[in-house]
Design a protein around this ligand. Structure first.
Ligand code: PMP
Ligand code: GLN
Length: 390
């Protein structure tokens, strides 16, 4: 259905599936394993830092590129974990969440008609960002059972109209963490075809089984053609704070900021010193994140498998993907829309993240960034609801 007042480039974007499904959970009292947000707060000392900032006058416009202490903390974080050096005065831009950084980067770098290659299933804001920029998205599909990058498919997707690749690792919704071979292949293609790359690394610290996240910008000859995006939302369990950033060469940062400055001008001032403090926390904090979440991953994966789903165990992120066909269902959207009534649980259908919707149709995503009792309650409900009504 076309929306009467909406510009053509935004037709079809509708309401985000996360808002829709969280509203469904609230309306029905279902356990919400849909939208990815933790149900406990991040570190108390970081909250105190934000309160202190509110009480000590950090309440007027911050500099457009972000406060200096946060830019320095982001630079120190990239150096500490990845050995990447960025100049805080010209190579780092603070944004209103990773979402704004993604949109601003696409608006800044994509000409109408340019092709943008992205890994499918896509995080939903990529589709919107590419559309708003007038770009043409070109999917490279990650497929079950292991959702690895098909390097030949990536090479085949590149044309003379390709402007950039939009990469996401750890990948939402599949949980794939790209390995060094895959990242080298992406880098080699980017260099060969002189492409820019935007890389969304918001789940950089949420990896499991001792697996390391490798930033694309650290690959050979990638630093100066890559816009690296992340945010404090996942790393510090403050998804509502919306403090994000982009790291890139000065010319790329200037371009992204040209768009950003007319979207929000500057991002929320009092949360910036708090995230600066958070980024300076000891290594032990960052290392424990994955370990804590891994136990939750295992709990949900085991339970979903016992309920009867095919479970694709993720290497990172907040999410696990299942195939619903072993339980006799074929359409993930229908399944998710009726799940609150049938079982009192909300999950996210993969198919909304695809151009090739048939590939995603039997797949459903579940969030495990929840308290163990909440995961157990959801599993109980699924075991009862799906068995009795199948
Ligand atoms: N990228 C991915 C892959 C995400 O899952 C999310 C969602 N949280 C974002 C970007 C947006 O991050 P932020 O909340 O910082 O805007
Ligand atoms: N990133 C979160 C998810 O994938 C949701 C963020 C949002 O609601 N836009 O569930």
């Amino acid at each position: 259905m076309s929306e009467p007042h909406l510009a053509a480039r935004l037709q079809g974007l509708g309401t985000t599936v996360f808002a829709e499904m969280s509203a469904l959970a609230a309306r029905t009292g279902a356990v919400n394993l849909g939208q990815g947000f933790p149900d406990t707060d991040g570190p108390g000392e970081v909250i105190e830092a934000a309160v202190r900032a509110l009480r000590t006058g950090h309440n007027q416009y911050a500099p457009g590129i972000g406060i200096q202490s946060l830019r320095e903390a982001i630079a120190a974080h990239q150096e500490r974990f990845y050995g990447l050096t960025y100049d805080p005065s010209s190579e780092i831009l603070v944004t209103t969440g990773a979402t704004e950084a993604i949109a601003a980067a696409l608006l800044a770098l994509v000409e109408p008609g340019d092709e943008v290659i992205a890994l499918e299933p896509y995080y939903d804001s990529y589709v919107a960002g590419i559309s708003m920029a007038g770009g043409v998205r070109v999917p490279v599909t990650l497929r079950t059972p292991d959702f690895r990058l098909d390097v030949d498919a990536l090479a085949a997707a590149i044309t003379t109209r390709t402007k950039l690749m939009l990469i996401n690792s750890p990948h939402n919704p599949t949980g794939t963490v790209l390995d060094l071979d895959e990242l080298s292949a992406i880098a080699a293609l980017a260099v060969e075809h002189d492409l820019l790359v935007i890389t969304d690394e918001v789940y950089e610290h949420l990896t499991f089984d001792g697996l390391a996240h490798h930033p694309l910008a650290a690959m050979d000859r990638m630093r100066d053609r890559t816009v690296t995006i992340s945010s404090g939302g996942k790393t510090f369990s403050f998804t509502g704070w919306k403090v994000g950033w982009a790291c890139a060469s000065p010319d790329l940062v200037r371009a992204v900021n040209t768009a950003k400055q007319f979207m929000t001008f500057t991002s929320g001032a009092p949360l910036q010193p708090a995230i600066a403090q958070a980024l300076a926390m000891p290594d032990s904090y960052f290392h424990s994140l994955g370990a804590d979440l891994q136990a939750k991953r295992d709990r949900l994966c085991k339970g979903l498998s016992e309920v009867g789903f095919d479970v694709f165990v993720p290497q990172g992120t907040y999410f696990v993907t299942t195939d619903i066909r072993p339980l006799g269902y074929t359409d993930g959207m229908e399944f998710c829309l009726s799940l609150p009534e049938r079982a009192g649980v909300v999950a996210i259908p993969h198919q909304v993240f695809y151009d090739n919707t048939e590939v995603g149709k039997p797949l459903v995503r579940w969030a495990f960034c929840k308290q163990e009792a909440v995961i157990d309650e959801a599993l109980d409900r699924l075991a009862r609801g799906l068995v009795t009504t199948r």
